[in-house]
Design a protein around this ligand. Sequence first.
Ligand code: FES
Length: 146
Amino acid sequence: MNRKEFVIKCASCLGLGGLALLAPGCAGTRYFSALIEGADLIIPKSEFSSLSDDGKVTQRKYVIAHNDKLEYPIYVYDVGNDSYTALWMQCTHQGTELQAFGDRLQCPAHGSEFTNYGLVQNGPADKNLRSFPVKVDGGNLRISLS
Ligand code: FES
């Protein structure tokens, strides 16, 4: 599934109201356009906050950032204690764009799975995902793309 198909799938989940809760790949996923400054992708920490219907602010565990200059999006996971992982969403088997399901990434082509640290959990992929260093800079995360 490519990015466009994924967005359409999520949009259709939202259209089904409560059924979206049954689709773990859709519910709560934040997919947004991030800025690039120099060699860094900038992720506002506020992207991890979500306002629920009852007015409560909840924290997302992950967001997916994209930029037109990037061939694939980047999955950013909050592992706690102000630490984050940032992973290139390209399968290491044959290059298909991955899908995020909470704390794991799955390839729609042949079923490889990766952890939120980018480690291969199930093949046929046999290499871990490309990961990027993440620095916390005030209210932003700076993901080094170099
Ligand atoms: S391209 Fe991802 S498992 Fe084959």
